[in-house]
Design a protein around this ligand. Structure first.
Ligand SMILES: [Zn+2]
Ligand SMILES: [Zn+2]
Length: 415
């Protein structure tokens, strides 16, 4: 089996790997570079058969729904089989309504935990992993007598931390090559651990209980673990959680009865102006109808802003502009990577916070493994070769782990 990292050997974003064996090929992930300024279509790696399927291209396996792993899917030939988790696909398809580009995955091969399947001569075994994306997988690929394990993105400190233990228990002991993510390298010290999602819930309770006005929480609508932490914290404080139809529909797409849903106790729905226009434009009034019972308006919150925890995004700022009183004594909890507050991504949010005098605090934990977790994975599986991927610090790998071989984008090597 030959491997070529098309992108991701030295960066986080745009992950894409091509594997070939006896004149057949498969692709692992087809991500968008996160800092790309180009038209996304121009970022598509040069892969034979990607725009017009060729017989030797057997499929694309998408580890999870984060843009840096699947963002270029809308540009590939629709005849190429896509293998992705069933719920991950539901979440992509549900989000489509709210996105600029209404892309949906139609035909696909569902990834299921430990259920092996073949794409051509490649045997693929997906392992469900703990990550900030729901229904995310690591992948064991076998071809000939070789085994390659691709971690995708994973961690061991989320709400599904047990999955990491199962992974260690179930992985074969004769892995030839591991393609391992190293997002945390350069961000955290060798012996430091990330806080658990349960700790985040406690931190949220601690902060929310001290805020005197409305609490605006900024978090990814697709980070289900975090939404659960926020909901639990809100309930434990007997406050009401306000979400929008986008977040409500993602929660529903999980199909998991244990995940909070829009009609659960203590949840209200706010429909921001941009979504009202979208609903009108697409004549999708069934959405407005669906949330009629739970719907709430900003003027309703003015009486007692302190009773509410509001899932807030920059796209809702215009709605709040008309209700300055509602924001009096309010605070923002930024529940995403704090780097976005410094790199320009959140400049609009920062300006909004300044305008209304809203303090910002950061409560967050990473979606990625810390170094002790990565070491644990390597010590248990003991692979013959370790190749860095999904890291800005591949050069740090040899100082932390053994059997490291750093590969470049576009370099073809034998597994
Ligand atoms: Zn991810
Ligand atoms: Zn990623």
């Amino acid at each position: 089996m030959e491997c070529c990292i098309l992108r991701g050997s030295k960066e986080i974003g745009g992950s894409c790997v091509e594997l070939s064996f006896e004149s057949e090929r498969i692709i692992l992930d087809i991500g968008l570079p996160l800092d790309s300024k180009k038209d996304p279509k121009e970022e598509l790696p040069n892969i034979k058969g990607i725009l017009k399927k060729t017989d030797d291209l057997k499929g694309i396996i998408v580890s999870h729904y984060h843009k840096d792993h699947c963002g270029l899917l809308p540009f590939v030939d629709k005849n190429i089989p896509i293998a992705i988790g069933h719920i991950a696909r539901e979440i992509i398809n549900t989000s489509a309504f709210f996105m600029k580009k209404d892309y949906r995955i139609e035909t696909y091969v569902p990834l299921e935990n430990k259920k092996s399947f073949y794409l051509g001569k490649f045997k693929i075994t997906p392992y469900l992993v703990d990550h900030s994306a729901y229904d995310a997988y690591a992948l064991l690929i076998e071809a000939g007598d070789k085994k390659l394990f691709y971690t995708g993105d994973l961690r061991a400190h989320g709400r599904k931390a047990l999955l990491f233990k199962y992974l260690l228990k179930n992985l074969p002991q004769d892995i030839d090559t591991i393609l391992m993510e190293g997002t945390c390298l350069g961000q955290i010290d060798e012996n430091q651990s990330y806080p658990t999602e349960t700790q985040i819930e406690e931190d949220l309770i601690n902060s929310l209980s001290k805020i005197k006005g409305i609490s605006l929480i900024v978090s990814s609508g697709q980070n289900i673990d975090r939404l659960v932490s926020i909901y639990r914290a809100t309930r434990r404080l007997s406050k009401t959680l306000v979400i929008d139809p986008y977040v409500a529909s993602i929660l529903e797409a999980t199909g998991n009865k244990k995940i909070p849903q829009f009609n659960w106790k203590g949840i209200k729905i706010f429909i921001p102006e941009w979504q009202r226009s979208l609903i009108a434009k697409k004549k999708s009034f069934n959405i407005t109808k669906k949330y009629k019972k739970q719907r709430i308006f900003l003027k309703d919150l003015e009486k007692s802003p302190n009773d509410y925890v509001f899932m807030f995004r920059s796209s809702m700022m215009m709605d709040f502009d008309e209700f300055p009183q509602l924001l009096k004594n309010g605070e923002i909890i930024y529940s995403q990577w704090s780097g976005y507050l410094k790199d320009g991504t959140e400049d609009n949010l920062l300006a909004f916070a300044t305008r209304f005098n809203l303090p910002i605090q950061n409560i967050h934990t990473s979606g990625h493994a810390d170094i002790p977790t990565l070491k644990n994975l390597l010590e248990t599986t003991n692979p013959k070769m370790l190749v860095p991927i999904h890291s800005f610090e591949p050069k740090q790998y040899p100082t932390l782990f053994k059997n490291v071989e750093i590969k470049s984008d576009g370099e073809i090597w034998t597994v």
